[in-house]
Write a protein that binds this ligand. Structure first.
Ligand code: NDP
Ligand code: OXD
Length: 311
């Protein structure tokens, strides 16, 4: 079996090739560049943000592995070989890290830490009194692998927690809403909004002026899914108007976020560099190796995504 690996950074590609080769000693693991010598031999590709047309060079591809939970970066390829299963990389490590990130930033907004820290800088003994968590409405968009766990974590902290998904869901302690018809009820009065939707045609640009207007005045928004969910100018306008008080953004239209982008220095925006939940590479490697073995033996595995649905 031959596996070809591609990540945008060459040194990272080398690292992943070596690690997967150790984990799959009876397979041949190569970079895309090495695999170009015999593209017919490649049956599996392991990728993060592959370049358009690269995967199409392997005519005998049986599976594409996304080094990450999202598959949008694979589906963006306009020459993507059709019908080849896409396997995403998920697991406890990824879920745990996202729970930590969501809890950290929801609590930070809930306790108004940005204002408290400003008071410290001003040497101002200023007690900020906030509602107790059960009186704070928080909402999680997307109740999948990561969103459902994030919502459970927030409910466990005592927040009045809502969740929104495409199909009906039941998550203990969480008021669940579903579909386009459930969106208004989910958003109305929501004070801290967390986005954990996949990027698809129906979710692109979903964090926009219309959605912000439905939230409670002075709401906070946390986007840890994909940059293209957010209409950037709508966020800036909503911050300017006070409809949104603070935003935490982990993902951006262009990554790395350009050095001259206005978000960096915006007083009401916290920028993190797509680190909400980076799977530990060694753990991710073990999961990928296991998925590849299972797929090779059975023709499928639990983490195959639905390419038509887009996630
Ligand atoms: P899943 O595919 O497990 O879950 C997606 C959820 O979104 C499902 O509950 C689904 O509903 C819901 N959904 C999809 N489309 C719609 C829609 N149109 N309307 C309402 N709900 C919808 O995704 P994960 O939880 O694994 O990951 C979510 C995203 O997080 C990833 O796609 C990725 O973009 C991002 N991510 C970001 C990371 C970071 O470090 N910033 C790290 C890892 C992932 P249903 O269940 O009904 O199908
Ligand atoms: C992912 C990511 O999709 O890191 O896993 O964004």
């Amino acid at each position: 079996m031959t596996v070809a690996v591609y990540l945008p950074a060459e040194d990272k590609t080398r690292w992943w090739v070596d690690m997967l080769q150790d984990l799959l000693p009876e397979w041949q693991v190569q970079s895309f560049a090495e695999a170009a010598a015999d593209p017919d031999a490649v049956e599996h590709a392991v990728v993060w943000r592959p370049r358009s047309g690269d995967l199409a060079r392997f005519p005998n591809l049986r599976a594409i592995v996304s080094i990450g939970a999202g598959i949008d970066h694979v589906l963006e390829d306009d020459q993507l070989p059709q019908g080849v299963p896409i396997i995403r990389t998920v697991g406890q490590d990824l879920t745990q890290r996202m729970r930590e990130y969501v809890a950290l930033h929801v609590l930070r907004h809930h306790r108004d830490m940005p204002r408290q820290l400003q008071a410290q800088r001003d040497h101002d003994w200023h007690a900020i009194v906030v509602p107790v968590a059960p009186n704070r409405v928080v909402g999680v968009m997307g109740l999948g692998n990561l969103g459902a766990e994030a919502a459970r974590t927030l409910a466990g902290l005592g927040f009045a927690t809502r969740g929104w998904s495409k199909s009906e869901k039941q998550v203990e302690g969480v008021a669940c809403f579903a579909g386009a018809e459930g969106l208004a009820g989910f958003l109305d009065g929501c004070e801290i909004l967390v986005n954990l939707l996949p990027l698809t045609d129906s979710t692109r640009g979903i964090l926009n002026a219309g959605l912000f207007a439905r939230l409670a005045p002075g709401a906070c928004v946390i986007n840890c899914a994909r940059g293209a969910h957010l209409v950037e100018e709508d966020l800036l306008a909503a911050l300017e108007a006070g409809q949104i008080k603070q935003a935490t953004l982990d993902v951006f239209h262009i990554e790395p976020l350009p050095a001259d982008h206005g978000f960096w220095g915006h007083p009401a925006i916290t920028v993190t560099p797509h680190v909400a939940s980076q799977i530990d590479a060694a753990t991710g490697g073990r999961i990928i190796a296991q998925n590849l073995r299972t797929f090779a033996e059975t023709g499928t595995c639990a983490d195959v995504a639905d390419a038509v649905r887009g996630y």
